[in-house]
Design a protein around this ligand. Sequence first.
Ligand SMILES: Nc1nc(=O)c2c([nH]1)NC[C@@H]1CN(c3ccc(C(=O)N[C@@H](CCC(=O)O)C(=O)O)cc3)C=[N+]21
Length: 299
Amino acid sequence: MADATIIDGKAFAATLRERVAGEVAALKAEHGLTPGLAVVLVGEDPASQVYVRNKGEQTEAAGMYSETHRLPADTAEADLFALVDRLNADPNIHGILVQFPVPAHLSQDRIVARISPDKDVDGLTVLNAGRLASGLPALTACTPVGCMMLIRDALGGELRGKRAVVIGRSNLMGKPMAQLLLAADCTVTIAHSRTVDLPAVCREADILVAAVGRAEMVKGDWIKPGAVVIDVGITRLPSLDPEKAAQGKTRIVGDVDFKQALAAAGAVTPVPGGVGPMTIACLLQNTLTAAKRIHGLEG
Ligand SMILES: Nc1nc(=O)c2c([nH]1)NC[C@@H]1CN(c3ccc(C(=O)N[C@@H](CCC(=O)O)C(=O)O)cc3)C=[N+]21
């Protein structure tokens, strides 16, 4: 079979960011309103540093207000909560994202519960997760929203009745991904580390979304010929060149064995340049949506 189409998430995200920037300009001109995003990073995880920097730069490039709060790894819960409370009350801030993972002494659940659902651009609060599951308008996790856009594009909008398998069941990715696919009339399976015969389950999928964080786990013979394969994983491995590896150089791989997927799938996202850039573009979109809703400019 011919090689799969490589889905260009980077280009798609650039177009989406331009659209958001246009809407931000209109919102400023018509209502004097500038959407604002606050990103909070606790500790110094190097991968997180990169994402947080990208988020800040792209927020500003879209004409939005951006604030980044870097807190030490040993920050007490009370101090983090005081910051979240301040951001909840700040009229210049419409979106709040606390980057995960946080150091082990902090509870992700308690942090999420502290964020105002109106500003919850990760869609993690119980209110937004429940609204999504109930088919109501909700702020929805950025990565699944970005994946849906790529899936719709790859399939020309025809999702109805398709079999979708999501590997991974996190609140930030797997669960909201499954809800979005269900809302698009797919028949959805959520698979995970305890799933029996995962390859056989995956082979049923017209749409396969891998979000487990295990490097190159999904092999070519797990993929139904012609399927759309969306790779959400990002793992840094030592460079293949031993000399570069010795210098600490790394390469990034996804949850899918890309070479094998190319020969089996109908379309596949690369890593990097696939889902990752969509995540940030959708974060900008969510911040815009939150700003409009807070100001009663959208349902
Ligand atoms: N509360 C919370 N919300 C998140 O949405 C969240 C989070 N915590 N913690 C970390 C993960 C990871 N994440 C990424 C965002 C952009 C890229 C991205 O832009 N990737 C590029 C560059 C990859 C690279 O060079 O590292 C690409 O795939 O092409 C990747 C990963 C958001 N996350």
